[in-house]
Write a protein that binds this ligand. Structure first.
Ligand SMILES: [Zn+2]
Length: 160
């Protein structure tokens, strides 16, 4: 995913009151329900072979909601999301009193490892990056923190 193609989309993330509402403790691990995990798989699979993208919302490090964002790019290697669609998600999260916990996207044909452009254009170090890879035909999810140009794996647990 190339966030530069979203151009000024970085601005709402950086200025979002929801991602900076309170000082968030550094997560040791994240958690999400099996139901949400399956929903994420569904959102990613329905976009294949294109990249999927969206926002994971929640409280602290507990993912409680998934918002798929429409990819308006016609290629398989980048992403275009209109700013108004991002704003809609921010408004919904505010309504539910949740924060932006992570931005997810998929790697249809490559490992779940952030690319240089993923790292370069990640909009906010407080927001984690989730990547679901389909390189092996099966979903493989990884979550990262991106700080100062490096990525740190964040373990997560699926709650049954
Ligand atoms: Zn990527």
């Amino acid at each position: 995913m190339i966030w530069s193609s979203i151009s000024h989309n970085q601005i709402p993330f950086l200025s979002s009151p929801y991602s900076r509402k309170r000082k968030r403790k550094v997560g040791i691990f994240m958690k999400l329900s099996r139901q949400l995990y399956n929903q994420l798989i569904h959102f990613v699979e329905r976009e294949l072979p294109k990249e999927a993208c969206g926002i994971l919302g929640g409280v602290n490090d507990h993912i409680l909601s998934i918002f798929a964002l429409p990819n308006e790019s016609n290629t398989n290697k980048n992403f275009y999301v209109r700013q108004e669609h991002v704003e809609i998600v921010f408004n919904k999260l505010a309504h539910y009193e949740q924060e932006v916990l992570a931005i997810y996207h998929s790697h249809p044909n490559s490992n779940p490892i952030p690319s240089q452009s993923d790292i370069q254009f990640h909009p906010d170090s407080q927001v984690k990056m989730a990547i679901m890879s389909y390189k092996n035909g099966n979903p493989q999810l990884k979550i990262y923190r991106i700080i100062n140009g490096i990525y740190i794996n964040i373990p997560f647990s699926i709650i049954e």
